[in-house]
Design a protein around this ligand. Structure first.
Ligand SMILES: Nc1ncnc2c1ncn2[C@@H]1O[C@H](COP(=O)(O)OP(=O)(O)O)[C@@H](O)[C@H]1O
Ligand SMILES: [Mg+2]
Length: 418
């Protein structure tokens, strides 16, 4: 389905763009954070080296009292937190705005007089003539840096949905441009198959008609050619089925062809098709039962649905030996209608179940050919199910039988007036 393919491509584009955006903005935010921390640390180092010369040692203890008094006389305020620790890292003096009263360097979150606070700090050893007296520490709140980072994160998050939608739209648009030639080629290919099928129909019809005349002529002249003519007749029938299957499959699978969809009572189709197959079933001494048909309606194409059910019944007929039983039912379950075709036939080996819907796949080529199967029946079933947005499943036991179950979305549930 080209629409689904386009949607898928657009989603790929979008995921890729969002992933790149996520990686890019994460790296950007990490770098921004590192840069901000580095500049804060440089600033703190500068402050420390400015304060250092003002430290005096009084009674073997470092102090800034004189310096601070001088600042006060000049009416100057201390804007950063300055703390003096002794050599055992016990707090001695504190100046400036409240900070975290602890000895540490780098970032720390702790309680201060002003409540919870996140700060960065820088320490410097106070040493005079080889003796250690303590440490001076300067702290700066990380508030501003944090809000810058937070803003960057918000901006990145805000861009995300906009970017996602834009890239998805652009992706969808690009995909439709890129897929156009592919779609065109597929369309031409399908039309070629359908045309070739139609062209084959005429010679096949001529062969079939001539064969009948030939059979009559042979009978009139009492010439024994029965075996040969029936061989030719079987081959002609197979060719005819192949051509009609090819044409049909090409039509169902071509998204560029519009075919009418109308509300259809699925039970009606089941009953009609089953009636057509009753005679064939009786000829093969098979019992064909129709069960559980209800009033549910689907939005569909009657011709396609008839072919779909017909193909399943013809398979059951073909792959069930005389005396067996076939059953077809259609009943709604939730928002779906389930059409089940089961038989007591030869069954399908488990390792072939996944392949039976493939074109020209036949479990037993010899038997299928003898019975006249072209190998496209289930491919058509799957194509019809897909155009009706449904699903098809198969369960089978070799020697016991097979059940194909098709689920189609309902537009009208049974028992409800329209
Ligand atoms: N009801 C069934 N019972 C057993 N085998 C089946 C049944 N339906 C389909 N198959 C297997 O799946 C193959 C593919 O089916 P299909 O596409 O209809 O091709 P065909 O009927 O022309 O062989 C068949 O050849 C057969 O081997
Ligand atoms: Mg078939």
């Amino acid at each position: 389905m080209p629409h689904q393919m386009r949607l898928k491509l657009a989603l790929y584009f979008m995921s890729l763009a969002l992933l790149l955006h996520f990686v890019g903005s994460s790296v950007g935010i990490i770098l921004l954070n590192a840069g901000l921390e580095r500049s804060t640390d440089n600033f703190l180092k500068e402050l420390v080296s400015e304060v250092m010369p003002a430290i005096q040692i009084v009674d073997s203890r470092p102090t800034l009292k004189n310096w601070v008094e001088r600042l006060r006389e000049d009416n100057l305020r201390i804007l950063s937190t300055i703390q003096i620790f002794d050599k055992d890292r016990q707090l001695l003096e504190h100046y400036g705005p409240p900070g975290v009263p602890l000895f540490f360097s780098g970032r720390l979150e702790g309680s201060s007089l002003n409540g919870q606070l996140s700060v960065r700090s820088c320490n410097q050893l106070i040493r005079e003539s080889g003796k250690i007296y303590g440490y001076v520490q300067i702290q700066e709140p990380t508030r501003q840096n944090d809000s810058a980072i937070l803003q960057a994160i918000y901006a990145a998050l805000l861009v995300m949905p906009v970017l996602g939608v834009l890239v998805a739209l652009a992706g969808y648009w690009f995909a439709s441009i890129a897929l156009k030639p592919v779609e065109q080629t597929m369309h031409l290919l399908r039309r070629f198959i359908a045309d070739a099928g139609h062209e084959l129909n005429t010679p096949i019809a001529i062969i079939a008609a001539s064969l009948e005349t030939l059979q009559e002529t042979l009978r009139e002249h009492s010439i024994d050619g029965q075996e040969l003519t029936s061989l030719i007749a079987a081959a002609t029938a197979r060719m005819s089925e192949l051509a009609s299957d090819l044409i049909f499959l090409a039509r169902v699978e071509d998204p560029m062809l519009a075919y009418p969809f109308t509300p259809i009572r699925i039970g009606q189709i089941v009953e009609d098709v089953a009636r057509d197959y009753q005679i064939l079933a009786a000829q093969k001494h098979l019992q064909l039962q129709v069960a559980n048909v209800d009033e549910s309606e689907v939005n569909g194409n009657a011709e396609f649905l008839r072919r779909m059910i017909g193909n399943l019944l013809s398979n059951s007929l073909r792959y069930t030996d005389a005396g067996g039983r076939l059953e077809i039912s259609s009943r709604s379950a939730g928002n779906q209608v389930e059409i089940a075709v089961s038989d007591t036939g030869i069954g399908i080996p488990a390792d072939c179940l996944a392949m039976v819907f493939d074109r020209f796949f036949r479990v037993d080529k010899a038997r299928a050919r003898a019975e006249g199967g072209a190998g496209l029946g289930l491919s058509i079933v799957r194509a019809v199910v897909e155009t009706h947005k449904g699903t098809v499943n198969v369960t089978s036991t070799v020697g016991q039988g097979t059940t194909f179950t098709i689920s189609l979305p309902l537009i009208k549930r049974p028992g409800k007036a329209s």
